[in-house]
Design a protein around this ligand. Structure first.
Ligand code: PGA
Length: 256
């Protein structure tokens, strides 16, 4: 990992104010682990409280509506999460694609409105087990990437992070091999270079996500073209999340 690794916790639908103590512990530890960029995406209800607590870590949202405002009961816009203190938003997570029928076209609209609101985006892509077994994983993921991103994304290296999350690895304890992760990340890198040019394409960070924990983090993060991790279950306690952050810091210390 050449650049500063990026470790992002996705709390999903977990967390009440009682979990703010975990965020505080993560923030405090992150102040001594400056080699790693650490961030948390809590549920909407905790964005502002975590933002108020955090001195070091960035806070983000897990989704947003494509519009800025209007008659959409229960929805939250990018402008609103930015106002609450979010600096980024996770978009296109497979749980949203599955549970809410989100299409690539909708994810693309959300990306545009998030960028317009001044947020950075973490765009998730990943294949199902059937797609991988059929030998179509790379094709599926690179198509998803192209169809989910706005074409006119200026300054991709600043505004965009891609997270490769094989659906079959999320919350299952199963992970791809380091070789398979490397191959997919190289395919994503090539697609980003096609879309945004060599220089921008090379600078966009590509995270791996899916059953990352403190025991496997060092190995998974050492895969080719992996710039960090998007972490679900293991981000829910400061202890396990920081285990992953420390693994990233140790790996980053190693001579290239
Ligand atoms: P997991 O989730 O770490 O619990 O597998 C990752 C994610 O969905 O972002």
């Amino acid at each position: 990992m050449a650049e500063r690794p990026y470790i992002v916790g996705n709390w999903k639908m977990n967390g009440t104010r009682a979990m703010l103590s975990q965020a505080r512990s993560i923030d405090r530890a992150a102040q001594n682990l400056m080699k790693v960029e650490v961030a948390i995406a809590p549920p909407y209800t905790l964005i502002h409280p975590v933002h108020r607590e955090a001195g070091q870590i960035a806070v983000g949202a897990q989704d947003c509506h494509p519009g800025a405002e209007g008659p959409h009961t229960g929805d939250i816009s990018a402008v609103m999460v930015a106002d609450a203190g979010a600096k980024f938003v996770i978009l296109g997570h497979s749980e949203r694609r599955q549970d809410h029928g989100e299409t690539n076209a909708l994810v693309r609209e959300k990306c545009s409105s998030a960028i317009e609101a001044g947020l950075r985006i973490i765009l998730c892509v990943g294949e199902s087990e059937e797609t991988r077994d059929a030998g179509k994983a790379e094709n599926h993921v690179t198509r998803q990437l192209k169809a989910s991103l706005p074409e006119n994304l200026d300054n991709a290296q600043e505004s965009l992070t891609v997270a490769y999350e094989p659906i079959w690895a999320i919350g299952t304890g199963r992970t791809p091999t380091v070789e398979d992760i490397g191959a997919m990340h190289r395919a994503i890198r090539a697609t980003l270079s096609d879309m945004f040019g060599e220089e921008q394409g090379a600078a966009v960070r590509i995270l791996y996500g899916g059953s990352v924990n403190p025991d496997n983090a060092f190995e998974l993060l050492s895969a080719d073209e992996v710039g960090g991790a998007l972490v679900g279950g293991a981000s829910l306690t400061a202890e396990s999340f920081l285990g992953i952050v420390i693994a990233a810091a140790e790996l980053n210390d190693q001579p290239a």
